[in-house]
Design a binder for this molecule. Sequence first.
Ligand code: NDP
Length: 240
Amino acid sequence: MARVALVTGGSRGIGAAISKALQAQGCVVAATYAGNDEAAAKFTAETGIKTYKWNVGDYDESAAGIAKVEADLGPIDIVVANAGITRDAMFHRMTPQQWKEVIDTNLTGVFNTVHPVWNGMRDRKFGRVVVISSINGQKGQAGQVNYAATKAGDLGIVKSLAQEGARFGITANAVCPGYIATEMVMAIDESVREKIIKGIPAGRLGEPEEIARCVAFLAADDAGFINGSTIAANGAQFFV
Ligand code: NDP
């Protein structure tokens, strides 16, 4: 039987590449998004992948959305918590609103995405949880106290979930992308982006497909002993 995969933020950017990679691996995929109906409709037309709209920051919306996906496609075997946002500002200028929006989406959003599928995975003795963290969760980043806090928190989530899920056949792992050529990164001021690229030994931004490759690997049936791990895909952008 084909595995059912849920990818949050799965209709654009890195998430779209993940949705397509899982589909190519034989999964039936549901991709979620927040509000960009046009991108979602285009994605469904191109790939045949069903899209669903809800705010990952809201538990009730997430639980209802996940129930709808499961009614349509069957129990979810693979969940990829990918939806994320930035609200960058130096700490002395960061507003409580900027802090809250990022925490709600990137950190609480992971809870809201995984929690409603967790008991089903335990009952069925199989699950693959992959959370998209970030290099900036590993090393910190000036101007991203909020974002780095959530992405570091994601690593704590997967390490803990791995320990709870292992005896139920559930794995939980994180992927930490470096700088990837999506709208999120292309929105950075060009001069800043050029500087960032100079700091990447690979001499270029990563491609969404290069992150999707990591996720497809972790989501495979025969990846069951890879649990609580972090895969860094960042063009050798080492940090201390
Ligand atoms: P994009 O901005 O290109 O896409 C974000 C996706 O998340 C969209 O589908 C968007 O929906 C969805 N989304 C945003 N907020 C919500 C929400 N509240 N509820 C539901 N869906 C939401 O992002 P990227 O592809 O660049 O990033 C994907 C993930 O990878 C993020 O977690 C990001 O932090 C992480 N990452 C990205 C890096 C990069 O260089 N790009 C580097 C390291 C990590 P909609 O289309 O409706 O707006």
